[in-house]
Design a protein around this ligand. Structure first.
Ligand code: BV8
Length: 249
């Protein structure tokens, strides 16, 4: 299959000092993790993620929201990073200044070997005290009921950013800086519907970067970016690394 990337873009990637990549649920879909646009599986099929991923839903019914996250944690524990995650880890090793911004909370980028990862929306792998807002590592036996904070006895919640929650200021600032300073910005596997993450490709454009999107479907930024590649993250990213660095193992 011919590369969807023009030679001048491959050359720009080889010579780039700074590359920033934003990923969404699409890159993990090839590992078997459903995206937010996919209909939910099984008993969760009657819920929309946005109806569960918010503080009001948790306060209203902590057990229901906790069960949804426990189900997602168990699903993620049983999957592995795919070639798309692995290609980004290889790309990081080739670029002097590489920043990976992810909306995903599944931890698959770190498991694939990526190091400079900013988890814009937190992580399924950690809990946070609802009252003190401090991170509490999950303990065995947490799966059943929403556990209590070992410090104050308050409820623990997953350490993810819910709809209506602000993003961690340090993470958002670092992400915005990485978008503005890079020469190449890739938006991979995201519908670009959730803010403020969806603003990052626009920031990159304003900063003068070449912005490339990788998604089997068009999105609301497809017409705004320099190149929108219709394809799956795994095949396109691994193909890109292979063409740019044929000796990459
Ligand atoms: C904030 C963690 C302000 C949790 C997530 C009304 C009320 C309240 C808020 C708002 C409102 N209106 C607007 C808002 C703002 C809101 C927002 O943007 N809402 C949208 C829905 C309109 N944003 C927020 O609330 C944010 N916070 O604004 O705070 C504030 C400031 C100060 C003080 C107080 C408040 C917080 C947003 C973060 C929400 N948390 N996740 C959890 O996971 O449970 S969002 C969650 O959904 C994901 O993290 C991700 O960001 C988003 C889903 O997006 P995608 O990743 O793009 O996934 P999606 O399924 O949509 O698309 C998948 C794509 O992959 C598709 O395009 C598909 O074609 C493609 N694909 C499929 N297969 C492949 C592929 N691509 C490549 N390869 C493949 N193989």
């Amino acid at each position: 299959m011919p590369s969807p990337f023009p030679p001048q873009l491959i050359q720009a990637l080889r010579n780039a000092r700074s590359v920033t990549v934003l990923t969404g649920a699409g890159i993990s879909s090839e590992s078997g993790v459903p995206t937010f646009r996919d209909p939910q599986a099984g008993l969760w099929s009657r819920f929309r993620p946005e109806d569960l991923a918010n503080a009001a839903a948790f306060r209203r019914n902590p057990q229901l929201v906790w069960d949804w996250y426990a189900w997602r944690r168990s699903l993620v524990a049983d999957v592995a990073p795919n070639v798309g995650h692995l290609a980004l880890a290889k790309l990081e090793a080739r670029v002097p200044e590489f920043t990976l911004l992810t909306q995903n909370v599944d931890g698959l980028h770190s498991r694939a070997g990526s190091r400079n990862v900013i988890e814009l929306h937190g992580s399924l792998m950690r809990n946070r005290c609802l009252d003190e807002n401090v991170v509490v590592e999950p303990a065995a036996g947490d799966e059943g009921r929403p556990p209590k904070c070992p410090r104050c006895g308050g409820l623990l919640r997953p350490d993810v950013v819910w709809f209506g929650d602000p993003l961690a200021p340090a993470a958002l600032t670092a992400a915005q800086e990485a978008a503005v300073r890079c020469q190449l910005f890739f938006s991979v596997g995201t519908s670009s519907m959730v803010n403020p993450a969806a603003q990052l490709p626009m920031l990159a454009l304003q900063g003068g970067a070449t912005v490339i999107e990788i998604n089997p479907e068009p999105t609301r930024i497809s017409d705004a970016v320099h190149l929108s590649v219709r394809g799956a993250a795994g095949a396109v990213l691994s193909g890109l690394v292979m063409v740019a660095w044929p000796d990459a193992v």
